[in-house]
Design a protein around this ligand. Structure first.
Ligand SMILES: C[S@@+](CC[C@H](N)C(=O)[O-])C[C@H]1O[C@@H](n2cnc3c(N)ncnc32)[C@H](O)[C@@H]1O
Length: 171
């Protein structure tokens, strides 16, 4: 579920705001504040378990390990050169956070590298991030090499483990 433009109430007032745009999947999340690289910029809280969906974030290695964010963070788009990461690596959910990977200025759009958390995405898409290292088609980590995956600043440990299992099977 995504917050909709009708009766929009920001989930992170003063910090982030959704920029609603016409057309399917054209909206995004903008930062209202500057952050240094490597900061915990938001707690990941208020999540619920759910089936894999284009709005869900994978939080472990299994088919059942998907959460709905239930907040404006669902509007963070993918980039092949992301400025934030979802760090859901701790077994203690109270430590889950959104972390800046680079300095972020007020007005910057937040982006994360979707395959850093997603193994095999519910909805693949042609990437419009426009970066030099754009991979073109985004379907999940399953379809990438370890080098393509690890060059983006952060990969979830459960995704790295799945990559290593894949490599062990093919060797
Ligand atoms: C969870 S939504 C993110 C918010 C979305 N932009 C919206 O307006 O609802 C994920 C979807 O946004 C779109 N999207 C996100 N990043 C994208 C990118 N870099 N290029 C093209 N589409 C993207 C894709 O359709 C993807 O399935």
């Amino acid at each position: 579920m995504k917050p909709s433009q009708k009766s929009y109430v920001p989930s992170h007032p003063g910090k982030f705001v959704v920029e609603f745009a016409p057309g399917d999947f054209q909206s995004s999340l903008k930062s209202l504040k500057a952050f240094k690289a490597g900061q915990n910029i938001a707690a990941i809280e208020g999540t619920t378990k759910g089936p894999k969906a284009y709005t869900s974030v994978q939080c472990g290695p299994g088919e059942e390990d998907h959460i709905e964010l239930n907040s404006d963070l669902v509007y963070i788009n993918h980039s092949c050169e992301p400025n934030v990461a979802f760090d859901l690596s701790s077994p203690d959910q109270s430590e889950w956070c959104l972390r800046s990977l680079k300095p972020i200025e007020a007005g910057d759009h937040l982006t994360f590298f979707y395959p850093s958390t997603e193994w095999d995405m519910d909805q693949a898409f042609k990437c419009a991030c426009g970066t030099k290292t754009c991979l073109g088609s985004i379907q999940g980590a399953k379809y990438l090499s370890k080098d393509e995956l690890t060059a983006r600043g952060y990969v979830s440990p459960y995704i790295l483990k799945l990559i290593e299992e894949r490599e062990a099977k093919s060797s």
